[in-house]
Design a binder for this molecule. Structure first.
Ligand code: GUN
Length: 280
């Protein structure tokens, strides 16, 4: 069997066009403020791609750069200023932050009505309680890919490899909300393959190139690869794609799978926050 290739790029493009058409009907542009603290090269690339896609969809965006040595106070002051700026509907604090800044404290400062990533404690709590009003972009994109490919989630065994606050944990909650039986594996899981081989839906979000080999995949599984790893000058996911696609029923490529969906969901969340603020 050769797997269906889940074309995240094409699905994201359709979502972007729909958002662009809706934005064109609005009197005022939705506005996103992205904050980068420090010199993380991947963060710079991600924020650059997010802003480019905003522009293409007619969404206003601005970037705020803070140096690697920035203090927690400086970041908090910036977030508070953006919380009060009318043209800004959505605030994105790109992670990771430099080590001297508490991620928890910083994310707690983002006003809930501008929390485009769904990372503030209030939105994390809502998701935990089954309220998906504002959920993180990558998990939302993963669920959308599963829906777009007609994957039934209810009653399925879903295994997530990775327990980050950005991907693993919120994806697990979203799958649980849809009645999957969910297992979260991580770097300390003994006998990872024993778990992954039971997955009808396998989500690889560990950040380790080619961690998931074909022998770890159940025949006919749906495989979503969240990894974006730079190894030996090439980009590869967490899944050994070439072999895995002979075993899975459907699989996302890297690049062109989850990555573009994360950005499409950011646009969707920004538009949603804009519309909700206008109604107030
Ligand atoms: N770092 C890695 N992924 C993300 C994301 O989706 N949002 C933010 N803010 N930071 C990230």
């Amino acid at each position: 069997m050769t797997a269906q290739i889940i074309d995240g790029k094409a699905i994201a493009q359709k979502i972007k066009e729909k958002i662009k058409a809706e934005v064109a009907t609005l009197g005022k542009k939705p506005g996103l403020a992205a904050i980068i603290a420090g010199d993380n090269p991947a963060s710079k690339i991600y924020v650059g791609m997010k802003r480019k896609t905003c522009k293409e969809a007619g969404i206003y965006s601005e970037e705020h750069k803070l140096p690697e040595q920035a203090t927690e106070k400086e970041l908090i002051e910036l977030i508070r200023k953006l919380n009060n700026e009318d043209k800004i509907d959505a605030i994105l604090v790109q992670l990771p932050l430099p080590p001297q800044i508490s991620t928890e404290k910083a994310l707690n400062e983002v006003a809930i009505e501008k929390d485009v990533d769904g990372f503030s404690p209030a939105n994390v709590g809502k998701l935990m309680a089954g309220n998906e009003n504002m959920v993180p972009c990558t998990p939302k994109g993963i669920i959308r890919l599963l829906e777009e490919t007609g994957t039934k989630i209810d009653g399925k065994s879903a295994v997530i490899v990775g327990r980050s606050n950005i991907v693993g944990k919120p994806t697990a909650l979203m799958l649980l909300n849809r009645n999957a039986t969910v297992t979260i594996c991580h770097s300390k899981t003994s006998n990872l393959a024993e778990h992954t081989r039971k997955a009808d839906i396998l989500i690889a979000a560990a950040g380790k190139p080619k961690l998931i080999t074909a022998d770890m995949i159940k025949k006919g599984a749906i495989v979503i690869d969240v990894g974006i790893n730079k190894a030996d000058g090439e980009i590869s996911g967490d899944v050994d794609y070439k072999q895995a696609k002979e075993k899975a029923a459907a699989i996302t490529p890297v690049p062109g799978g989850v990555g573009p969906m994360t950005i499409a969901m950011l646009l969707e969340n920004t538009l949603k926050l804009h519309k909700e603020r206008k109604q107030k």
